[in-house]
Design a protein around this ligand. Sequence first.
Ligand code: BES
Ligand code: MN
Ligand code: ZN
Length: 490
Amino acid sequence: MKIQSTDTSLEQWAGDYLGIGFFEDQVEQSEHFKTLNQATHGLLEEILAETEFKGKSGESTSFRSPGAARKIVVVGLGKAEKLTLESLRQAAASIARTAQKQKSKTLGILLPSWKNDEALSTGAIAEGVTLSQHQDNRFKSEPDANGAAKHLEQVDLLGLGNQSAAIAKAEQVSEGVILARELVNAPANVVTPITLAQTAAELAQAPGFTLEVLEQEQCEALGMGAFLCVGQASDIPPKFIHLTYKPTGTAQRKLAIVGKGLTFDSGGLNLKPTGSGIETMKMDMAGSAATLGAAKAVGLLQPDVEVHFIVAATENMISGRAIHPGDVVTASNGKTIEINNTDAEGRLTLADALVFAEKLGVDAIVDLATLTGACIVALGNDIAGVWSPEDELANAILSASELAGEKMWRMPLEEKYFEGMKSMIADMKNTGPRPGGSITAALFLKQFVKETPWAHLDVAGPVWIEKESGYHNPGATGYGVRSLVNWIVG
Ligand code: BES
Ligand code: MN
Ligand code: ZN
């Protein structure tokens, strides 16, 4: 599928399908409405009256047209003053889905710009199209069955000027999102710590990258007792992945991104019971998928920023070698942890990864983790929680996420709650009481960062969806990649 911008006017554009957006209660006043109504000999007006189309967000009507385009789909954009980049993404996705379903090959899209920023608007539209068309059929014996065949060949973006750079950027970022989706969708017998390290090795082929994969013995030498205990019952060796990107010029900033990389989380001896979603726990590496997805985009975008991508990859399994609940381990900063619940394993892997990241002398560290069910209880499936002691970093992450249309909400690092993590025998326990479970998890992580500005993102909710929504198809969403790229590239 090729996406391109074009100067062709609305009445001259000829192709299979034309998609156009209208603002709520401003349909008839729109110039494009008048043009298109004329071109369709009044059919547009008739159809919109018949279907009572008002331009509300989510509304859509499609019909055969007597004009240059054979079919037209009209989508509602909601109130003009409420337009966001995200509404453009969603509108573009809705148009592309309609055209694809009706087996169209060439699609024209005419959508307005957000805040007259034609480059950002084009980027959002191109993302909406690309991401809505991505379907992961790798594990079907007949990948193209049931209407999954790709029909769209060419997508022309009308009315936003020449935007080839914005389109190229959107496509590069989308490649990162798609990598993240595919890593998360792949089951735990396909994506393992070993294959995650192989994926990092493939990413390291791009200009500017170097890769270091620490094996178990090297992690032992660094004293990573928290990370290593999580994987000790697995038959697959743990891999500590450190992928570095350095620009050719001088780096403006030095950043670290740490992703939780549990390729499967059984819960360990605190085994996840039936009904708790154990069968979905291949997705417990979605933080690392976002991290590697961002690395993919960085490799393509080549920004002037040094970025360290870190994943302590392992599986949380059971065997005779499993952690006993009650075991005490020592992390690489010397702190001791009583493991009162083997299912709170993500924070153990992140503890050593954060210590490692801080030693690199970076300006800021951001971690992403499918860390707690409690975060889903607090914020639902669409919104990630953000914890940070630094307002500046928290705000930078929040604005990056706003532009990306990836919802986040800042949560409190309520120090008092750390009392619930006190251990009789060790420096701390890995699990506190049930109330505020996502906050105590964040407070636990905080013990492993001394002075570097740090933000923690609990992404347990938004990395996965059951039903098609906007530009996401059921399964992994690739959540986090676009916010990270915005944060890195600025
Ligand atoms: N990977 C889970 C968190 C999770 C739950 C992610 C549901 C996505 C969907 C994490 O390792 C975990 O098991 N957390 C426990 C912590 C508890 C034992 C303190 C949880 O949330 O129940
Ligand atoms: Mn767990
Ligand atoms: Zn987990």
